[in-house]
Design a protein around this ligand. Structure first.
Ligand code: 2BA
Length: 108
């Protein structure tokens, strides 16, 4: 069995979760945030049989798209410029996916 951790954009999370559940996957959604942009994203926990792992990833690929997001950096540029915002465009991936082996799983 595998545990898929998938970090996705909030805007894609509802459709992706629906598509996964329609295909019979069990999904838990966690409200998370990225350390770099410090904005909200969604982390899915998907426990699944080994042989369905790629199917779950393919569903995520279908529903999670790459985006450009603006990051307001606060650099130190010298005297008088410490508080100047320097917007920076960052490409945020469709999903960041980790696949972990599960030793044991049970429902009580
Ligand atoms: P954030 O940490 O907010 O990162 C958003 C995007 O900013 C990243 O997109 C990447 O393009 C850029 N970025 C992140 N850290 C950076 C850094 N130290 N220097 C320069 N640019 C940086 P993605 O790579 O698609 O990541 C989207 C979100 O997925 C991340 O949001 C984070 O929540 C999660 N994530 C990505 N890689 C991860 C990892 N190795 N471990 C844990 N979480 C990860």
């Amino acid at each position: 069995m595998k545990l898929i951790l998938a970090i996705v954009n909030n805007d894609d999370s509802a459709l992706a979760a629906s598509a996964l559940t329609e295909e019979g996957f069990s999904v838990t959604k966690l409200a998370t945030s990225g350390g770099f942009l410090q904005v909200g994203n969604t982390t899915f926990l998907i426990g699944t049989d080994d042989d369905r792992t790629q199917q779950a990833i393919d569903i995520l690929k279908t529903h999670c798209t790459t985006r450009k997001q603006v990051r307001n950096a606060m650099p130190s540029l010298g005297f008088g410029l410490h508080h100047m915002n320097m917007p920076e465009v960052v490409t945020v991936g469709g999903a960041t996916i980790f696949v972990l082996d599960v030793d044991h799983m049970e429902k009580i």
